[in-house]
Design a protein. Sequence first.
Length: 71
Amino acid sequence: MEEASSQPWFLRKHQDGSVFGPISFDQLSSWTSAAQVAPQDVVSTDQQTWLKAPMVPQLGMDWLVEVTSEH
C-alpha cells in the first residue's frame, strides 16, 4: 500500500454495508480515535481491495480488553 496519508480512503461499515469516502487518512484516523470505526469495518484506497480496519497499523486499533468478575 502506498503512503497512507497521501491518498483518499473509503470506509465500509460492517453493520449495514454503507460506504463513506473519499476521505483523508487524517479524517479516517480521527473517526477511529473517536471509536466510530469498529474492528469489523473495512477500509480501502481503491474500493477494490478491502482490509479490516485493525489490519492498518497506522490506525492504531490495538486495544486491550480487560474482563473482570464483575461484568
